[in-house]
Design a protein around this ligand. Sequence first.
Ligand code: GRF
Length: 197
Amino acid sequence: MTKRVAILISGGGSNMVSLVKAMTEDFPARPVLVLSNRPDAGGLQKAAGLGVPTAVVDHRAYNRDRLAFEADVTAELAKAQPDLICLAGFMRIMSTDFVQRWAGKVLNIHPSLLPKYPGLHTHARALEAGDAEAGCTVHWVTEELDGGPILGQARVPVFENDTEDTLAARVLVEEHKLYPAVLHRVCDGINQPLYLP
Ligand code: GRF
């Protein structure tokens, strides 16, 4: 049965684009919604250009009332009836209520080799630590920030002259391979983590 996938973004949506483009006819999932918390997110135009319905729930319109914001996100998601929800460059931390409402359906991609560097500024932290490698992780979303069961990881070397930007760009190339590959496995019921290369 073809899974219905909603994708949440906050910015350019390059991971969303790679997911949508991967969901061709013979892929066991198709995109049913791209939702952003930012009306100016560049990914919204890209999604529309790819023929995917979009929605905006602007978190700034809720006057810091997180639960009201999440209730409207949930209402938009419920209309699309997703089997899976992929957070892709989505920069809002969702409450336990939201995670429980969508339990077992939410995936996220994080730009570090979790459990190293949960949270922000992952590449700066890897460079600061002098790590020889870095990468990205796709995981189930649970109440613990960036702490859910790992579904896949991709590793890249860190070079002497790397900056945050050069390292982020190298990792992003792998993110665009990892997320679709992991989504395919999840749709096929494969929960063992995938490690690239
Ligand atoms: C990516 O590094 C992703 O890992 C992080 O947000 C960055 C931008 O993602 N969560 P995208 O280009 O908006 O998909």
